[in-house]
Design a protein around this ligand. Sequence first.
Ligand SMILES: Nc1ncnc2c1ncn2[C@@H]1O[C@H](COP(=O)(O)OP(=O)(O)O)[C@@H](O)[C@H]1O
Ligand SMILES: [Mg+2]
Length: 246
Amino acid sequence: MQTIAIDNVSKSFGSLNVLSQVDFTIAQGEFAAIVGPSGCGKSTVLRMIAGLETASTGAVKANGTPITAPDPSRMLIFQEHALYPWRTVAKNVAFGLELSGVSKKEWSIRVNEVLDKVGLSGFQKYYPHQLSGGMRQRAAIARALVTDPEVLLLDEPFGALDAITKISMQNELLRLWEGTGKTVLLITHDIDEAIYLADTIYVMSPRPGQIVERISTEMPRPRNRNGADFVAVRERIMSHLDLANH
Ligand SMILES: Nc1ncnc2c1ncn2[C@@H]1O[C@H](COP(=O)(O)OP(=O)(O)O)[C@@H](O)[C@H]1O
Ligand SMILES: [Mg+2]
């Protein structure tokens, strides 16, 4: 299992300073979230943990070792274009296994197990266009889970879903994560989603992104979105995002 450390990371693309001295640690098994304005560098943080970008200064580490390349133990899930439209659900989910050299017999067992976990058993032969948005996102989650990763990196995974589907997917995600020891980092525009799900929430400033607040939610689950402590955290985040008086 993995502890992820973002050690004093700054990142520039040419002359564009995107992140400035970002420093935080996600303990193994922790569910962390980042909220912040569009363009502040949230996806860049995630892509660095996924091994798809490197820091300009500072380092991103897993269990103390710098992350230099993608690794199947750390899976990135994003909102759109997550599935190959020309592959069935089963073939999409199997994609990660095909590359890892797991035998065909074993992979169909693993694929069926993970589809069952996300509530998609029976949909093996469907194509993405034959599924609802929520089912497509379940399939994308299944594909990420099939290799049993230690770290899940979620980039606005439910941003395209309707409000009701989104709430049920949030509950599914909690069910899939609780008790697994998997380390999760969720990026979301949805403040309530962060408070509902995360143990720790990092609020980022506009670009160049900096962490302006760290909040430990410390509420038992399932959380009441209208509870006093929930509302207090929401107000705290909104005040940092400068939304409270608009
Ligand atoms: N590969 C890249 N090359 C150049 N600029 C990039 C690259 N990736 C991201 N950026 C820029 O960095 C800034 C932060 O992007 P991003 O991390 O996607 O922000 P967020 O996810 O918070 O909306 C944006 O201005 C974006 O245009
Ligand atoms: Mg982004």
